[in-house]
Design a protein around this ligand. Structure first.
Ligand code: HEM
Length: 131
């Protein structure tokens, strides 16, 4: 395995771990286990940061179809920025300053952007060519 393949494998691994952390955090939130929910959200955000780091590095070893990239990049930025919505609303709900409904709407918006970024990203990676 060369450096480019190792970086791509690290990206895929980080992405998978991050997805499992998000799923676990959401399950804990749904069960009302707030401390564990927040702990796993912190782990999820760390995993998300690592995924973005490896995605960035993967992009330096490969080039991608221009159209796929033009569609994916706005989804990726939207997906990243929209993570602030459930984090902010979660903090507000935790401090009893916003109802759970606000947190739920923020979660749905984030998940839509996250799925759009994931779908377009997976397609973009299939078009890769080593630089
Ligand atoms: C990406 C960030 C986050 C996601 C995806 C997320 C997701 C969720 C989900 C799926 C639920 C269950 C909602 C339901 O049962 O309908 C929930 C509940 C909750 N979340 Fe979050 N959350 C996030 C961040 C946070 C943060 C940062 C905090 C607080 C610091 C927080 C505090 C809470 C609280 C207090 C509940 C209610 C639990 C209960 O039923 O008592 N969340 N969250």
């Amino acid at each position: 395995m060369n450096e480019a393949q190792r970086t791509l494998a690290s990206f895929v691994g980080a992405y998978g771990v991050t997805g499992v952390l998000l799923f676990t955090a959401m399950l804990l939130g749904h069960k009302g286990r707030v401390s564990a929910h927040i702990f796993f959200i912190v782990l999820f955000l760390a995993g998300f940061g690592a995924t973005l780091y490896f995605a960035e590095r993967t992009g330096s070893y490969y080039s991608f179809d221009a159209h796929a990239k033009a569609i994916h990049m706005p989804c990726a930025y939207a997906g990243t920025l929209s993570a602030l919505l459930p984090v902010g609303s979660g903090l507000l709900h935790w401090r009893k300053k916003a109802p759970l409904l606000v947190h739920r709407v923020a979660i749905v918006l984030f998940l839509v952007a996250f799925v759009a970024a994931s779908g377009t990203g997976i397609y973009m990676v299939t078009t890769r060519v080593a630089r």
